[in-house]
Design a protein around this ligand. Sequence first.
Ligand code: FAD
Length: 370
Amino acid sequence: MHDVLIIGGGVMGLTTAWELAKTGLRVAVLDRAQPGREASWAGAGILPPGHRGDPNDPLAPLLRRATELWPEVTDALRDQTGIDNGFRRCGEIQVLEDPARLESDLDGWRINGVRAEPLSAEALRDLEPAASRDVPAAYVLPDACQVRNPWHVRALGEACRAAGVEIVCDREAVGFHMSNGRVDAVRTAAGDLSAGAFLVAGGAWSGEILKSIGRALELEPVRGQMVLLKTPSPLIRHILEIGARYVVPRTDGRLLIGSTEEWVGFVKQNTAGGVAGLVEFGRRLVPGLSEATLEACWSGLRPHTRRGTPFLGAMPECSNLFLAAGHFRAGLHLSTVTGRLMAQAIRGEEPELSLRAFAVNLNRQPDRQS
Ligand SMILES: Cc1cc2nc3c(=O)[nH]c(=O)nc-3n(C[C@H](O)[C@H](O)[C@H](O)COP(=O)(O)OP(=O)(O)OC[C@H]3O[C@@H](n4cnc5c(N)ncnc54)[C@H](O)[C@@H]3O)c2cc1C
């Protein structure tokens, strides 16, 4: 029997599994398809340099710690698997449509100890000659990073296997067997899987997974569409961002343009309007993209919580069932710290950062099943 069974092999499940296995626990990860092929694959891999805004926001210390952990996690994965996850400091330029926001944005980063510098039109041209000149205001975050998230989840999967984690693919969790306020086993079509403790890390599907035991999470999928372009050589070096949309340059001339926010349920498709809007946005920001080749487009489902923060910790009234879900647009960034903290909580240790603000609250459902 395993010590811990993790449902969901996205970046949250795999990072937590790796952290647990490093301390000698016997861990299994169950995924209804192949691990790391949902939101954790679809994302852009932007890793902001920390938190912007109120430093007393409970997310601030998590974002800071997540940022600190990325170089360490990257080195450890490379040492253990030989896989480069593409983590690098590329810097990010934030373009503001409303110049009046410049000072408050800069203050919001600096108050959290993050470097943020305003850019004059000349400075922007020097940093990114291919960017549009028609920019009302801009600033740079020199310490912003990026990761090639498909490479990262592949490295995590390999590191998990090397640490003895059993990864069970193509097997869906359809319910739980419970007794005396504890989960005894996860039900699947191919039989039950028992363990000492269980973690639900099912991304946007976490609410569906918990419905089977009558727990209703306020968590929903939000679709994000993405477009991949290719130019013969890199046009830009920094991530360029306006509000919720961005262009992310890879070193090989590829550029990701993202992303939409669509409340369309569990529908993972691209639409003509979504793709056209992203391409048009990219062309406005980097006019030379008109000549780029369109390589691919895809979409992913972000796990969004109505309260705006993820659920991290033990499930109420169920002492050996844990939840790590609802990271919405920041899940890749927060995965390093989430895996560390969830492993500590599951081992029964006091997490190095408090999870109190992220405690699971839920609505009860009448159709309880076990
Ligand atoms: C378009 C887009 C762009 C993004 N860009 C960024 C970014 O730049 N930076 C950033 O930090 N974040 C970004 N994100 C957010 C980030 O990708 C997510 O927050 C994060 O990947 C969520 O990870 P997860 O492991 O919780 O979920 P997922 O990666 O979705 O993994 C959930 C896993 O659970 C499995 N599963 C579901 N149901 C079951 C079941 N019943 N039984 C067994 N297995 C099950 C699924 O198969 C899947 O493998 C982006 C997301 C999208 C969609």
